[in-house]
Write a protein that binds this ligand. Structure first.
Ligand SMILES: [Zn+2]
Length: 257
């Protein structure tokens, strides 16, 4: 059915586009979109148009989103797949946006049969095969990771890329078994080093939350890769190279952060 999808996409692109004024407003808001070549900008805008056509953005709890808001979510979601393509986000449709951080109740049954329950306040969440959930408050806060900002959209969509290969484990689908083995070797070593540095009380610019799980390390480091690539490259050069190979981009060439 590839031809049908291609035809539908061509039809959507013939009818919809992101105009220059909207693009300039988005760039002012999202400084990490600067430095893209004219050709990259064109493709990113097309991907964002297609994402908005193929996914369903649903604001909840009284939140209202303008066209600008929707386009900005889509541009951020598409930056990681600029060179990979939109099919990486295949298999789910929902993008749910809460006005602020949202509360979820968790429960898990341990091997001993004991049920553990706890509450979480989340800025975002990504379900395997299900929706991406975002907090607008957290989203509005996005800036440079180096300045203490975070990017909840890139974070949650990075989880989607990770999960495209099965469970969220910090290992996205890779082209070969050798590439996968190489990924695990480098990624695990960087993860262990990060955790050891945190334990030793060393200052690191990555959010300590990244130490919780390899999947979180992948998502948090992906935020940094696109927003503060030079800082990531300086602190985690091997991880940076690994990400450059996976995302097929080198954001450090277009940004100074
Ligand atoms: Zn996460």
């Amino acid at each position: 059915m590839g031809w049908l999808r291609d035809w539908q996409r061509r039809r959507i692109l013939a009818r919809h586009r992101i105009d220059d004024a909207l693009w300039r407003r988005a760039q002012r808001h999202l400084p990490f979109l600067r430095g893209l070549s004219a050709e990259e900008q064109r493709r990113l805008k097309e991907l964002a148009v297609l994402l908005l056509a193929e996914k369903q953005v649903t604001p909840v709890r009284g939140l209202e989103l303008s066209d600008d808001d929707r386009v900005e979510i889509a541009l951020q979601a598409c930056l990681p797949v600029l060179e990979l393509g939109l099919d990486w986000y295949h298999g789910w449709v929902g993008i749910v946006v809460h006005p602020a951080d949202f509360h979820v109740q968790r429960s898990e049954t341990g091997d001993d049969g004991v049920v553990h329950e706890w509450d979480d306040d989340l800025a975002g969440e990504s379900w395997p095969g299900g929706p991406v959930v975002l907090s607008w408050e957290a989203l509005d806060d996005s800036g440079s990771v180096a300045d203490g900002g975070a990017n909840v959209v890139i974070h949650e969509f990075a989880h989607k890329l990770d999960m495209a290969g099965g469970e969220a484990d910090g290992v996205p689908p890779l082209p070969s078994r050798a590439a996968r083995e190489r990924w695990i070797e480098v990624f695990d070593a960087e993860f262990d080093r990060f955790r050891a540095e945190l334990d030793a009380g060393k200052e690191t610019f990555l959010d300590p939350y990244a130490a919780e799980h390899k999947a979180e390390f992948f998502a948090v480091a992906s935020e940094a890769f696109f927003e503060s690539p030079n800082a990531l490259r300086k602190e985690f050069p091997k991880l940076y190279d690994l990400f450059m190979g996976f995302y097929k981009q080198d954001p450090s060439r277009r940004l100074t952060t």
